[in-house]
Design a protein around this ligand. Structure first.
Ligand code: 5GP
Ligand code: MG
Length: 461
């Protein structure tokens, strides 16, 4: 996952991009970057770290111009290094191009090989650079729009893109529409962002989503909507995990209010599996919204048994397993009086590696919890994601490595129930528009698995 931002025709473009990225910090904490265009030159700054650490007044004042794009990175493909920070900026045939990508290409390795054979020199090992080379290869005798479309015809997988080129901002979503991208309006400027929570902060009005397969060219005040190859030819496959976990609850994505959607997941979960517990608690913050729904659905009183330290980032960001355990502990601390002697039902949005569950439930038991039931507001994550979510190795997925009946024992729980796929789909308006590959192994875009066979793609690759 990553976060994207773009703004055109604003006197404070860099500062708007800063706040636009800041509000989307949950989408990536590894690196941040902004590129501006002042009518003749591009100005760029990117570094490892959080948005407020990467930018200060001095840096922002150097980023002049009324157009800006920005990116925050959560590494899924390519290593965690400054050279992979985005937006990527290149100059080809006298044209400056800056590009920011959210998603993951499934054929990047083949394209990388092919392009190198043709003489392309790669500066990074991120799949996003492949796009730039494909665009560059197709520029001769073509407009930039045509070159971008030609690049889209070659790549497979998930890509929401924001491109700054020749004074225009081009925003596009792959034909399946895996990841979100929305259009907004503030004063006399057009603005695009992965999530609408960025618009709220900037007091921009949400206009609409960029459609799957749509390429929107923002040229000054004018909008020109075109279709990329494959648009309308494949089903929409929006990432359901954006709704389950990733997006901010105050965003509107895929036409759904994330908050209400998560609450409905809790209500559905309550219908599918109740509990005799005295209290229901979330693992904060991500579990809170489903817990509200679950408490409402079951009538079990809602309590907070863990207090969150708000100054700690998301635990996955720590690169090693040891650091990850440490991260979970430092983030949440139990409230003994709420826990001691109680039969507790815990709600979380998902179990991925099982780290959060093991450590937190261990804490509940240490503090005297009598019985611990767990209810999860999404189905078991059994299959890796090749489209941009960071659970890439099946070996790491606890539900992929144990039969469901053994999981309570493996995770030290008294009972465990997951929301069914059907239950999850009852919480959205258009259940046929989602990618569920992490739950059902049904990959909408074929993947060449790293292991070279296709047990992880349901035999479809
Ligand atoms: P686990 O600890 O089982 O590996 O991961 C599950 C927990 O991490 C849940 O509490 C969930 O909210 C959160 N989570 C799920 N997916 C992701 C992800 O892709 N990135 C991050 N940072 N956290 C995740
Ligand atoms: Mg969580």
């Amino acid at each position: 996952m990553c976060g994207l931002f773009g703004i055109s025709g604003h006197p404070e473009a860099a500062r708007m991009a800063y706040f636009g990225l800041y509000s989307q910090q949950h989408r990536g904490q590894e690196s941040a970057g902004i590129v501006t265009f002042d009518g003749s030159s591009m100005h760029a700054h990117a570094d490892m770290g959080l948005v407020p650490d990467v930018f200060d007044e001095q840096v922002l004042s150097r980023l002049t111009g009324d157009k800006a794009i920005g990116h925050i990175r959560y590494s899924t493909a390519g290593s965690s290094a400054l050279r992979n920070a985005q937006p990527l900026v290149v100059r080809v045939r006298g044209i400056n191009i800056a590009l920011a990508h959210n998603g993951n290409l499934t054929n990047a390795a083949e394209l990388h090989r092919e392009l190198e054979e043709q003489g392309s020199i790669f500066q990074t090992n991120s799949d996003s650079e492949t796009f730039l080379h494909l665009i560059a290869h197709n520029l001769e005798g073509h407009t930039i729009e045509e070159a971008i479309k030609a690049a889209c015809a070659r790549v497979r997988g998930a890509y929401s893109l924001v491109v700054l080129v020749e004074g225009r901002i081009i925003a596009l979503r792959d034909p399946h529409g895996f990841h979100p991208l929305a259009l907004g309006r503030v004063d006399k400027s057009w603005v695009v962002a992965s999530e609408t929570c960025a618009f709220d902060l900037l007091e921009a009005e949400y206009v609409r989503d960029i459609d799957p397969g749509e390429m929107l060219i923002i040229d000054g005040d004018n909008l020109n909507s075109q279709k990329i190859p494959g648009a309308g030819e494949v089903p929409m496959r929006q990432c359901i995990f954006e709704l389950v976990y990733f997006a901010r609850p105050d965003s509107l994505i895929f036409g759904e209010e994330v908050y209400s959607c998560r609450k409905r997941m809790g209500i559905e979960l309550a219908k599918e599996s109740g509990s005799e517990a005295e209290i229901v608690i979330p693992f904060p913050d991500s579990g809170i919204y489903a817990t509200i729904g679950y408490a409402q659905g079951t009538g079990i009183p809602y309590e907070h048994a863990f207090i969150r330290n708000h100054y700690v980032g998301r635990t996955f960001i720590q690169p090693t397993q040891g650091m990850r355990n440490f991260g979970v502990k430092v983030k949440l601390n139990p409230v003994r009086s709420v826990i001691s002697g109680k039969h507790i039902c815990v709600i979380d949005d998902s179990i991925v590696r099982g780290t959060t569950m093991r450590t937190r439930v261990g804490k509940l038991r240490e503090h005297g919890a009598k019985i611990v039931d767990v209810r999860i507001s999404c189905p078991p994550v059994r299959h890796p994601c090749y489209y941009g979510v960071d659970f890439s190795s099946p070996k790491e997925l606890v539900a992929a490595n144990h039969p469901e009946k053994d999981l309570p024992h493996v995770l030290n729980l008294d009972s465990l129930h997951y929301l069914s796929i059907e239950g999850l789909l009852r919480t959205v308006k258009h259940p046929d528009r989602y990618c569920l590959a992490c739950f059902d192994g049904n990959y909408p875009v074929p993947v060449n698995t790293p292991c070279g066979h296709c047990e992880h793609c349901g035999g479809k690759a």
